[in-house]
Design a protein around this ligand. Sequence first.
Ligand SMILES: C[S@@+](CC[C@H](N)C(=O)[O-])C[C@H]1O[C@@H](n2cnc3c(N)ncnc32)[C@H](O)[C@@H]1O
Length: 203
Amino acid sequence: MSSGHYFAGDPSVGSEPRPVDVALPDVAFTLTADRGVFSADHLDGGTKFLLLEAPPLTAADRTVLDLGCGWGPIACVVAARAPHTAVWAVDVNERARHLTARNAASIGAEDQIRVVEPDGVPADVRFDRILSNPPIRIGKPALHELLQRWLPRLMPNGCAHLVVQKHLGSDSLAAWLRRDGYGVERIKSRAGFRILEVRPGER
Ligand SMILES: C[S@@+](CC[C@H](N)C(=O)[O-])C[C@H]1O[C@@H](n2cnc3c(N)ncnc32)[C@H](O)[C@@H]1O
């Protein structure tokens, strides 16, 4: 697939890397973003909200998935905050994967963050935590397929935190996940953003 969409496998727009500041109360670094990836010149507001407001990682969170990593802000912040974690950063967009790998190296986390295409995660890997600003714009069927692929890989006590804009369908996504058997709670809500906490249910 070749397209200008940020979720294309191989973005057709020319590369123009640029620095982006990730400035949170506890973590601050300058990473690199690029055209053809999501939020190409700044830390997305929803991603920032997720990084500020999702419950902190604990010692029990050993394996973490950044689902749809883009240029890698979630993976890099998780690695910096929780050096005991193994972080999987997954994206279909090749340029995004290169950027995440480059950004991981720039903060000294190249051994902690494994950056792969979706098929690159071994089948037996399970996640204690999934953090994601999911690609809502791929459309409902594709989004549901994406979540149906990754949420079943949560550990029984694991959970996912997804940030979704209200106007992009956070409430209908929550309802769909509940119908699919997951426990879903809206744990934070601000300025049009919602954080959904998703837990494996009785399925
Ligand atoms: C909303 S962006 C979030 C990017 C990054 N996590 C951030 O917060 O800036 C969603 C990402 O999901 C990726 N994506 C789309 N479809 C995907 C799929 N089937 N599997 C994995 N990643 C996918 C897109 O390429 C995009 O980078």
